[in-house]
Design a protein around this ligand. Structure first.
Ligand SMILES: O=C(O)CNC(=O)[C@H](CS)NC(=O)CCC(=O)C(=O)O
Length: 329
């Protein structure tokens, strides 16, 4: 079969469910030619056996920890049935409150009961989970950390990253956010080796600070960047895809960005559009903003990361402050 037609015919599964009736959608997402250019990728797409099959979730979390867990559990089991080995959830997957300070009261350490449930889910499903934006108990009773937790397929917390850049922003035409009121910033960059390459962990608003991604690529040697998010509708429409593709292109990494979508309560709405981008900057999977709950799947091909880097060796071409003559401003 010609590569182009193989690429065009690879199905990407996505599921969607309305609140009452569970509606199952299957639709095709365009997939880059290079993804399908290895026989292994094509064969595993048919058998569901790829070790690097990953999924990106879109969901509408609410102010109910149990309801959100039920959604995450259902999606994880459906993804496992599609051969997914690594599923990425968005920021605040576990809880989105409608009142100020509500989530800090629910904050728990990573060995607390909420995260334990997700660890059991990962183990039962033999699935790695990226759980972006968990309300981790903070340094005092009035502050939490906004923590991206990575659980392996044995149910062990492999790594965690506390969001460094906090969203204290007056969104034009929307509301003033002051994340730092109840959240303390992290101060440590985190990357972790996995069967899906070296992963760089970030959260949401971090996306606007490219130096963080530069360090993950050039110091940590990350191959896949994770950006679980709950972008606002207004900033998401304006900036989301552009920022994500820029990070993929300038780091030559895969980018997996799980998004919250739709209305969480009467005050808060997020911009959907969960995306997976390849290291050339091509969007290879996406869930439209109008879709509330579901996931999309791709087979990561880490040889593509190396291929892009070999042909365009930006790591060798980089110049630094110390390489330039001092400038007068
Ligand atoms: O407070 C919570 O419930 C969890 N935290 C979030 O949802 C955070 C802070 S309000 N949201 C963002 O960072 C949005 C960034 C964004 O929209 C942009 O950069 O444009």
């Amino acid at each position: 079969m010609a590569l182009a037609s193989l690429a065009a015919s690879l199905p990407i599964a996505a599921t969607a469910s309305a609140a009452s009736a569970a509606v199952r959608l299957r639709f095709r997402v365009r997939i880059g030619r290079a993804m399908a250019s290895s026989a292994a990728a094509g064969a595993s797409a048919a058998t569901g056996a790829s070790p690097a099959r990953v999924g990106v979730v879109q969901m509408t979390s609410v102010g109910d920890v149990d309801a959100n867990y039920a959604t995450c559990s259902r999606l994880t089991k459906e993804a496992a049935a599609s051969g997914v080995k690594f599923l990425c959830f968005p920021e605040v997957f576990s809880f989105i409150g409608s009142k100020d300070g509500e989530s800090v009261k629910l904050a728990e350490p990573l060995d607390g009961p909420i995260m334990q449930r997700y660890c059991s889910l990962a183990k039962e499903s033999s699935m790695w989970l990226s759980l972006g934006g968990f309300q981790e108990k903070g340094p005092d009773d009035s502050h939490q950390y906004n923590t991206h937790v990575l659980i392996d397929d044995t149910g062990k917390v492999r790594s965690s990253y506390r969001k460094i850049h906090l969203f204290d922003v007056d969104v034009p035409g929307n509301m003033v956010y002051k994340e730092s009121r109840f959240t303390s910033a992290g101060d440590t960059l985190v990357s972790v080796d996995s069967p899906f390459g070296r992963l760089g962990l970030t959260v949401c608003y971090d996306l606007r600070f490219p130096e963080l991604y530069q360090i993950l690529r050039f110091k940590h040697q990350a191959q896949v960047l994770l950006v679980p998010s709950a972008f606002t509708k207004i900033t998401g429409e304006a900036h989301w895809e552009i920022l994500l593709r820029a990070r993929a292109i300038e780091t030559q990494c895969y980018v997996i960005a799980a998004a919250q979508a739709g209305k969480h309560n009467e005050k808060r709405e997020s911009y959907g559009d969960s995306i997976i981008i390849d290291p050339w900057g091509t969007v290879i999977a996406r869930l439209p903003d109008r879709l509330s709950t579901g996931f999309a799947v791709v087979d990561l091909d880490l040889s593509k990361v190396e291929a892009v880097r070999t042909r365009m060796p930006i790591s060798e071409h980089r110049k630094f402050d110390s390489d330039w003559k001092p400038t007068t401003i």
